[in-house]
Design a protein around this ligand. Sequence first.
Ligand code: SF4
Length: 380
Amino acid sequence: MNAGQSANEHHFTLSERMNILSAGTKYDSCNQGAVCHAFGPDGRCIQLYKTLLTNSCAGECTYCPNRCGRESTKASLSPEEIAKITWSFYRRNAVEGLFLSSGIIGDAEKTAEKQLEVATLLRDQGFTGYIHMRMMPGTPKHLLEEIADYANKFGVNAETTNSVNYSEICPNFDYNNDVLQRLQWTRDLINKKRKEVGYGGKIIGANDTQFVVGALSEPDRDIVRTVDNFMDKYELRRPYFMSFDPVTATPLENNDPSPAWREIRLYQTSFLLKDYGLKSFDFDAVYDDSGFLSDHDPKLLIAQAHPERFPVDINSASMAELLLVPGIGPVGARRIVQSRPLLSEKELLRLGVVLSRARPYIEINGGRQLKLASFMGAGA
Ligand code: SF4
């Protein structure tokens, strides 16, 4: 039996345990399945082998299929097995790295030691792929420090926006100490490392966290404000969102599932906060009376709520102004600024602008299609 393996699981084959543990990551980033998507440092979407060390957990989070005391099929993988599987996927170009989480094996310290073992095994064998570690609430600082040498991204799940909510759904842990303190340490460890080693070929991690959306009645406004605050305070690179889906034999089994679109809209708001320079108060115009987003593009709604900001002139608008235009993303805005002067919609199309969305919000030199000579001031 593996360390952490319970007596009722020894008969499973390796492939059966892999399937059980990939499905067991339901509440840890992305969809079910052995491969999940994550965002690399450049914002590129990358594929990772996603697994738990074990789906047995000492915790009792009210929404979680792996919670202590819930009857379910239990399985675990040893650090050696996870390293081997990751290598085998990686060598076949099926994944670019590993996403590793776990149920709590005894306590957060023992769990983190096992996670560290996986990361050490991989890196010592020359693994240069991406490693994303989801750490347990309460992980000791010295282990976070060691993880920082191996992981490209690591963090503790916040799950919700405040300590009262947290104690309701995660009764075994303390929001301020086991989560926020860890996010702060992770930020400090990453910054310390950045100062010491710079970027030259070394791994500089990023702080991350995740929210369970819809397990509580907290509105999107609270979640967006918390994400904005975490980005400023803990230098969070990307938050993850996981839609609540009731699990049988858990305290929340009779609650309604959260609609999938809510998770998508929250991701969109987080991109707008991170990559478009918006702040949480920019979304105040688009919530309903209870503080919830609707199933519409939040950037478009913000633009519609602020007609005084438009149209912006493609040839004179600042980056910040361009980024508020529906249909223009960070890459498109950069290209526009670098390619000026622009004289036609055709040119905008070539730069990746989604004209059907952007058209009502832009003008080109006051709306007139000027000849190059006149635009350059060479005469009418
Ligand atoms: S700590 Fe909570 S959310 Fe994580 S596996 Fe255990 S019960 Fe589930």
